[in-house]
Design a protein around this ligand. Structure first.
Ligand SMILES: [Ca+2]
Length: 248
């Protein structure tokens, strides 16, 4: 019996890419239990009310009080690390609200690195090629950022730009105001404030659409008629620059 236990232990230890709580399709962070390992540049906190479902719906609030600050919200915990390709995670869905006075150009960011058999570090940092323009109207928008190789652009000078390698071993994700990809790895400095909620690892579009519709219907039933978030789908080749397709 002891031999079998040891064999199982070894298999667990050597399984490639294994993390204790790595990325899982469908996982969602709602901020109902606090920061849930999310962090922000400038100032940030979880506010207990005012999320998409209104009173009692906590959300992540991030504010920059000077022109030199960033609106960038990220996560480097094990739950959001790992092999996105193997997990089937092809997009990140997030509810967003702009609480400032200027529109924000929001992009998703992922970075990852794999050391190949020759000892070379493959990967880098990547952002959405197409940003989502979040208007300063204090409305919640449900936005889907596709994170496949076709939807991401390398931020130069971060490793070698091997996006397939990065997606196989993600170590950081974030959402940020970034006007130009050349603005670099932290986004574009600005003064403003925004909120995020219901950050979800979503699957292929067909499955995602069922999930999105189901979520919206449940929310309407559950909150006594509050307006569900406006749905947008940010995808290269669709919707044009600055705004994705309006789903609903
Ligand atoms: Ca929430």
């Amino acid at each position: 019996m002891l031999r079998y236990i040891c064999m199982i232990a070894v298999l667990v230890l050597v399984a490639p890419g294994t993390l204790a709580h790595a990325i899982t399709l469908g996982q969602v962070d709602t901020f109902s239990s606090g920061l849930e390992d999310w962090w922000g540049y400038s100032s940030y906190q979880v506010l207990p009310d005012g999320g998409p479902a209104g009173a009692g719906d906590a959300y992540f609030y991030n504010v920059s009080t000077s022109d030199g600050g960033w609106l960038t919200v990220g996560n480097t915990s094990d739950r959001w690390k790992g092999d996105y390709t193997a997990a089937g995670v092809t997009a990140l869905q997030v509810d967003l609200v702009n609480l400032g006075s200027s529109a924000l150009q929001v992009r998703a960011y992922l970075s990852g690195v794999i050391v190949d058999t020759s000892g070379h570090r493959q990967g880098g940092g990547f952002v959405s090629t197409i940003p989502f323009e979040l208007p300063p109207d204090a409305e919640w928008y449900r936005v889907t950022f596709h994170v496949t190789a076709a939807d991401l652009t390398w931020i130069p000078n971060s490793l070698n730009g091997n996006v397939e390698a990065a997606l196989r071993s993600v170590n950081t994700i974030s959402f940020r105001h970034q006007v130009n990809i050349s603005d670099g790895g932290s986004g574009t400095p600005t003064m403003g404030s925004w909120g995020l909620d219901n950050i979800t690892a979503v699957p292929e579009p067909a499955s995602f659409m069922m999930l999105a519709v189901t979520t919206a219907m449940l929310r309407r039933r559950g909150d006594g008629g509050a307006t569900a978030p406006i749905l947008y789908n940010v995808n290269r080749g669709k919707g044009g620059l600055g705004r994705g397709d309006k789903v609903r």
